[in-house]
Design a protein around this ligand. Structure first.
Ligand code: COA
Length: 326
């Protein structure tokens, strides 16, 4: 069986930086509170003329460049996002148009912050089956457009960005070793965007009730996140006969520093195993894992033969892990 190997990564962060001190100017909050509760110092905000497909396309071009693969060689594009340009068509179709390669398959995955790891699994299984050879997987979000900037409980946490990976069919042991996807829809109401789907169709009244903006019960999310991230990490290790000590790079969804530290403690991970960039970008939902992966990869930290564990959790709830031999 062929392995699905990541042969290129890329990322794009919008230029505009919004610091905690900027937030202090219009919100009843403080840098001290945000840093102590979340570890976040600043986040990126997309420009008014940037859309999710633009961020995704920039990250994709970087990943394709690193891979040395021309867009025309792609068999499939999958974008993990909950903030696409439009409810439909899929943002992946817009990325395909931007890359100028009509014909290949393109679809989005809606699994909130787990979107990239879900998408990576779809890509890997298509490649392993022998159906296709080369897939572009992207996580891209513009959360800033669906945040309630008057709600200090939520808006301080999130940011915008995109990350991408190119997967290719290869012989040999390197690639995705296994991935493990889960969801529990009974938690749907703890983290969601009420409007405007079929349940709440667009209306002036709905806008007044701020139904189009993110709602979250932070405390409840916190507890389930730590438990789920730990369990699905151990599931991946167990499936491959590995132990926590075998992980060279643990790349969790960058929800916030306290969740990451609690998860790392529960797993018994050492600081040097854990990749953290939430201080600079906040929670970029489906984009957070591929951005962190690309940063570590471009910095030359990830070497051939390293064991990389991607670990995601998000609204739904959804959670997922993917174990890679680099
Ligand atoms: N600045 C200042 N005070 C704030 C604040 C802010 N930005 N946000 C909330 N507070 C206040 C609350 O109003 C509350 O005040 P009160 O006691 O007077 O009511 C107090 O701080 C404590 O609020 P609480 O919600 O208990 O804080 P917390 O320690 O649970 O931290 C989160 C809040 C959101 C940081 C934390 O629950 C969390 O990290 N949850 C997970 C969220 C997440 O990662 N979601 C995405 C998952 S993919």
């Amino acid at each position: 069986m062929k392995k699905a190997r990541i042969v290129g990564t890329g990322s794009y962060l919008p230029e505009k930086i919004l610091t905690n001190f900027d937030l202090e100017k219009f919100l009843d909050t403080s840098d001290e509170w945000i840093v102590s509760r979340t570890g976040i110092r600043e986040r990126r905000i997309a420009a008014a003329d940037e859309n999710t497909s633009d961020l995704a396309t920039r990250a994709a071009r970087q990943a394709l460049d690193m891979a040395g693969i021309s867009p025309g060689d792609l068999d499939m594009i999958i974008v993990g996002t909950i903030t696409g340009d439009y409810p439909w068509p899929a943002t992946s179709c817009l990325v395909q148009k931007n890359l100028g390669i009509p014909g290949c398959a393109a679809f989005d995955v809606s699994a909130a912050c787990s979107g990239f790891v879900y998408a990576l699994d779809m890509a890997a299984r298509q490649i392993e089956s022998g159906a296709i050879k080369t897939v572009l997987v992207i996580g891209a979000e513009i959360l800033s457009r669906i945040l309630d900037w008057e709600d200090r409980n939520t808006c301080i946490l999130f940011g915008d960005g995109a990350g991408a990976a190119v997967l290719k069919a290869e012989d040999g042991p390197n690639g995705v070793l296994s991935s493990h996807l889960h969801a529990d829809g009974s938690f749907w109401e703890l983290l969601y965007q009420p409007g405007f789907g079929t349940r709440h169709t667009p209306s002036a009244e709905g806008m007044d009730q701020r139904l189009h903006l993110v709602r979250m019960q932070g405390n409840e999310v916190f507890k389930v996140a730590v438990r789920s991230l730990s369990d699905v990490a151990l599931e991946a290790l167990g499936a491959n006969g590995m132990a926590v000590a075998d992980i060279d790079h643990f790349i969790p969804h960058q929800a916030n520093r306290r969740i990451l530290e609690a998860t790392a403690r529960r797993l018994g991970l050492k600081d040097e195993q854990v990749v953290i960039n939430v201080d600079r970008f906040g929670n970029t939902s489906g984009a957070s894992i591929p951005i962190a992966l690309d940063e570590a990869n471009r910095a030359g930290k990830i070497k051939e033969g390293d064991v990389v564990l991607l670990d995601a959790f998000g609204g739904g709830f959804t959670w997922a892990s993917s174990l890679l031999l680099w």
